[in-house]
Write a protein that binds this ligand. Structure first.
Ligand code: SF4
Ligand code: SF4
Length: 304
């Protein structure tokens, strides 16, 4: 593929934000034509970053590096890891959606369930839009979540895991760290959805402004909080972490509730993402202030 344009970080950020503003997919599918999303955070990681190899060791060997997924699906490009960039974005839940789900006690609010289905349809359309826009200007690209062999696998360590994790890509791209409930706490909080694309472009990586992969969670920072434990109706969160299987079973039960109560095929939960200190920002004061000042901590130790 012949490059016809120089793609910058600002070009990609504008591409994402313009799509949020103009795409007909950005809808909650209600009569009021309320949008699903109104903003995005965008970060970048190098395909040659050693963190991808660490994910293989931490998550499992089935977790693709950017190089593996790119070269499987763009074999004609034969790019080296360093020639690839991962573009990751965070779509923060709007205040109205968070507020509605804060009131939920067992199953999701209608607004939250709509975002889970229609907001994610937008996210898939955004992935396709970023891929196609990059291709149009001569840069091969793929969205790992949309490739035919993306799969969920059984994992001894995590019950199950997938061949590409959007949250791990966002963590690599400087967008957040993991909380006790497994959610990614970003500068705009944990109530959000994430997406990513791998492309043969050179974009300066976003620095990771955290000292470790749990730096933004109060429980890991100073042993306090644990509010997500109380919010979980399935008792899937404890001081030892997140039980993915209990969570999955609760999500499956929510399908019937959503259909009966809101009259559409959907599901969701996210009760642990709202009504908690990390809902819409970074609750660890020192980490939040360091990010605001643009201060970078020393390099973190490897994931363990
Ligand atoms: S609610 Fe508290 S313990 Fe749970 S992820 Fe957020 S900051 Fe961490
Ligand atoms: S999504 Fe729901 S079931 Fe899963 S951990 Fe969060 S609160 Fe619990």
């Amino acid at each position: 593929m012949k490059n016809s344009a120089t793609v910058s970080a600002d070009w990609i950020k504008a591409l994402v934000r313009d799509f949020i503003l103009t795409s007909p997919y950005n809808t909650m599918n209600t009569t009021t034509e309320e949008p699903a999303w109104d903003d995005a955070l965008v970060g970048f990681a190098s395909g040659g970053d050693q963190i991808w190899q660490q994910y293989k060791e931490y998550v499992g060997p089935f977790h693709w590096t950017p190089w593996e997924v790119f070269n499987q699906h763009c074999p004609g490009e034969s790019a080296g890891a360093e020639e690839l960039s991962v573009i990751s974005w965070v779509l923060p839940q709007r205040e109205a959606v968070r507020k509605a789900n804060r009131r939920a006690k067992r199953y999701p609010s209608e607004e939250w369930a709509r975002i889970r289905v229609y907001g994610e349809e937008f996210n898939a359309a955004l992935r396709r839009h970023v891929v196609n826009s990059l291709k149009q200007v001569g840069h091969a690209a793929i969205a790992p979540m949309l490739v035919s062999n993306w799969t969920i696998v059984k994992s001894e360590r995590f019950s199950y895991a997938s061949s590409w994790s959007e949250r791990h890509a966002a963590h690599a791209a400087g967008l957040g760290t993991f909380g006790l409930c497994d959610g990614l706490i970003t500068a705009r909080g944990k109530a959000m959805r994430v997406g990513s694309v791998v492309s043969k472009i050179s974009i300066t990586p976003t620095p990771r402004p955290y000292s470790n992969h749990r730096a933004y969670c109060l429980f890991f920072a100073d042993g306090t909080c644990g509010k997500c434990i109380d919010r979980c109706p399935a008792r899937a969160i404890t001081k030892t972490g997140h039980d993915k299987e209990k969570c999955r079973q609760h999500l499956a039960r929510s399908r019937e509730y959503v259909k009966k109560s809101y009259k559409f095929e959907g599901y969701g939960c996210g009760l642990c993402q709202v009504g908690v200190p990390c809902e819409a920002g970074i609750p660890v004061k020192a980490a939040r202030e360091a990010l605001e000042r643009g201060v970078l901590p020393p390099p973190p130790p490897p994931l363990a």
